[in-house]
Design a protein around this ligand. Sequence first.
Ligand code: SIN
Length: 283
Amino acid sequence: MEVHPITGVFGAEITGIDLKSGLAAATADALRAALAHHLVIVLRDQHIDVAAHQALTRVFGTPAINPYAPGPDAHPEMTTILKEADERTGVFGGGWHTDLSFLDQPPGGSVLAAIDIPPYGGDTMFLSQQAAWDSLPEPMKSLLDGRNAAHVGKPYGIKWAPPVEEQAMKGSTKRGDPDADRERLHPAVMTHPVTGRKGLYINPTYTLRLDGMSEADSAPILNQLFAHCTLPEHCLRLRWSSGMVVVWDNYSTQHYAINDYHGFRREMRRSTFDNDGIAAWRG
Ligand code: SIN
């Protein structure tokens, strides 16, 4: 197995592995290490079926069902992300976010497999929350380190629900859940348990305010942070190819599905996994 960095900051392409032929323990260890150090890992030309997708997910943690976008009964931990050629809605994940950060235990990461991709467009962007933290000025670091941030599930609740015409995957996602409007506190800065690197843990889709501050007082600080996170130097833009599989660390990155492929179908299969839980990342 070889690891080829994609940017100078994060992301790596892995070669020399065929996910369809099973994963030896040493290879699984190497994949976990690659994810810990590179945060997003990319494997081309894999064309994995559900069983291989499940096996890869288990390399990184316990498969978790997305309560707002469960998969079919046969494998509910596998969410289908689908936009048909004639749909003109938003897309699932079409804004910067880390998955489900408004849950008590947000998933530790995800595995996304290309099933049917458009001839162009439909890229996914990632940013490194570690790079964003590293390049913050010291006064901002002092303000954030040791402070919690409050997260709410705006797209899935009632209070902040987007207009129906903007909702992606209306038929297959759970909406209007009052519990999604409940604030959950998580550290605004987390420490990777393997590498010891710090990273921001805030995102514009779900983070409402900083703990100890009102929403109004938090807004200018959070907006400045969100803009800082998305600086090109912190980002990676991934162009999908047929059969590609990507795994990301959900606590150290944000991602964004780009909705620029009207007229073409795009289908992806996504699983998420729990690892040791967010408690292992505090401090
Ligand atoms: C997501 O997982 O938020 C969507 C990713 C994608 O479809 O590219």
